[in-house]
Design a protein around this ligand. Sequence first.
Ligand code: F6R
Length: 647
Amino acid sequence: MAKKAASINLSDSFEKIPVKIFTDQKDGSVFVAQQIAALIRGKQQRKEKCVLGLATGSTPKSLYDELVRMHRQEKLSFKNVITFNLDEYYPIDNNALQSYNRFMKSHLFDLVDINPKNIHIPNGEIKKEDIKEHCRQYEKMIKDAGGIDLQILGIGNNGHIGFNEPGSGIYSKTRLITLDNSTRIANAYEFANISQVPRLAITMGISTILQSKKIILMAWGSAKAPVLKKAVEDDDTEQVPASLLQNHDDVTFVVDETAAAELTRNKSPWLTGDCEWTPKMIKKAVVNMALKLKKPVLSLTNTDYNEYGLSDLLVEKGDAYEINLQVYYMLRDTITGWPAGKPNAVIPTHPERSSPYPKKVIIFSPHPDDDIISMGGTFQRLHDQGHEVHVGYQTSGNIAVTDEFVTRFLDFAVGFEEIAGIDTSKSGKILDNARQFLARKKSNQVDTPTIRAIKGLIRRGEAKATCRYVGIKEEHIHFQNLPFYETGTIEKKPMSEKDIKITMELLRKIKPQQVFCAGDFADPHGTHIVCFNVVLEALKRIRREAEGSPNYEWINDCWLWLYKGAWQEWNIEEIEMAIPMSPDQVLKKRFGIFIHQSQKDMVPFQGSDSREFWQRAEERNAATANLYADLGLTHYAAMEAFVRWHY
Ligand code: F6R
């Protein structure tokens, strides 16, 4: 250790650690799995043990899936593998759903041929007074095994590696540590609520990690982008523990494109060498400069361009004013009050086609409230402007309803039957069983199918009420109940043929000219990304299968627009259609979101944002409108934003 990463040429990079960027998590994971497999096999040939340091959390799941696949299909054996896991919550029952001991069994160890004696994971069950000795032994066992050949890491949003929270020293060893509040909040999605997240953890230290012969840190998704930039480009500091990896001479970060978005080579490529000045790149550069300098686009000067590192652009495109105008028009042309096109108008720069009018539109909503939360204003406009609007509720959303809510509805159902003089013997029994189950239910125990069905029904009722509020006809509401979601836990199944078929059928039935879909690639439970992939695959297959048939004309002219869910917004320069909202429309949307009563106040698995959904939506839509105003365009009360996806 203590050597600066050797392979980096600082004169042509801001990066102090080698970073390999892959299109997506899957490709990145396959690459890492291949590295691991090569190491294991090489050691097998030399009749040596292979010592792996392993991580848990959402990041390495696809890596473990690939290793399991290689074991099953390519005869990759783990017989010579010794493993040391980074960390474990404390205290925790080894069999608890959230324990890392259990995680490792279910994602890897139970699925390959590793010798259980070769597995080492810190023990969250031991007595507190024994922890120091346990940690000493852990370090000793790593040494006795010959040290870690390859350590796999994830990275926390606060820069932690293992559970080495900010402030962890470069010489720290395996020890008990207090979890940062931000880590407890970030990991709350695994637990029913934040109070159940343990306050302590046992973790390998920074020095333990740095002593590994080789290190690979993986990061997926835009949530990791800011911290990844700090770790890779800023000076190393104990405040961002992952940046301490700059002191290792064989470390690689393997990331996907969204996690790499904040690196200078992506964020401001003009600063890192030659850059192709496409209209998109010009927009990105100028918008970022204007926001940074707090100036409207049309007020930027030649001096601003030079001082912001954009002299190249000036040389290539001429005067600042010309470039300013080009970008100003690009921004202006994204703003429209006609989300499905303005009928009978000829506006070549309009984001949508003016014909046909009216259009058939389907809004796919991953959960029963994403439609109103993320695009409630646009939803209403589409309906008010006379389009035939359908909504496809993709999943039941049943895990996000509290038990208390179910009991309340069951009480109502039994009471209603009594009033109506209906025999309550059946429903009363369901109520009694549910009450008994809920009274004995352990933290995070999976609900019975009946309770799950009732939870789904509650959310269905709320979605229907929202559609009624917007004015959507009953027959245009479609509950898809996609099977991938129905596990009863936050862990979802991968997309299946059934999910795709259900979606293809709906699309073929409606034949929409416009499809809206959640384009979230970083939601905490992964539901939105699967929902997106299902729609994308369905559209692609329909088009493939329609070739040469009358359907081709329809599907080939069916546009797909993406909105972001409750978690984040598009970068301003990416937005291709921005729908303004008046203060009254903002209020109308707020009341539409309120209809989802089961989602008000604290909901299970809320994640790291404690704001209610209507607050998130309003703040976000106002922020988008403010950004447009800062850039010198008209100041609206709020705006919803969309990006077109070409499939
Ligand atoms: C897990 C671990 C942590 C995670 C980090 C990122 O063993 O040590 O450092 O790697 O918290 O977690 P995910 O992957 O869930 O984003």
